[in-house]
Design a protein. Structure first.
Length: 137
């Protein structure tokens, strides 16, 4: 099963993230976001950040999670390459993300993400789980 894929959206970029569980799909969504910004295969998992969020539904939870990832990216000036997510039945997400401080001499600079959008955002269970999101570049 592929982890994620991108699709074209005018002036933005969309992605679909997949997983056998909702946790895995959210982890792969994190990977998709940071592969837009840089090549995560060159990002060492040196520093760990933990956070938790709770939302009223799965789509809001995805939005809030992606927003938090961008928040930590910008505030800590870090890139992330490992994502561990645990979502319980009360839609509380606990995340541990790992990465390192940005070094543009070593890290590939791809595209800056300005914001996460709710436009066409979706979370659905099929044979596994599929998430869809669009980010504003």
């Amino acid at each position: 099963m592929k982890k994620y894929e991108y699709f074209d959206v005018t002036a933005d970029i969309g992605f679909k993230a997949y997983g056998e569980s909702i946790n895995e799909a959210f982890e792969n969504a994190g990977l998709a976001i940071f592969n837009i910004i840089s090549d995560t295969s060159n990002v060492r998992a040196e520093k760990e950040i933990k956070f938790k969020i709770r939302s009223e539904d799965e789509i809001s939870l995805l939005y809030d999670y992606l927003e938090d990832l961008l928040f930590y990216h910008e505030i800590e000036f870090m890139l992330f390459s490992e994502f561990h997510v645990d979502i319980n039945d009360n839609l509380e997400l606990r995340a541990t993300i790992k990465g390192e401080e940005i070094d543009w001499d070593r890290h590939e600079r791809k595209t800056e993400i300005k914001a996460i959008t709710f436009h066409k955002m979706d979370v659905k269970k099929t044979e596994g789980w599929q998430l869809r999101a669009i980010v504003d570049l």
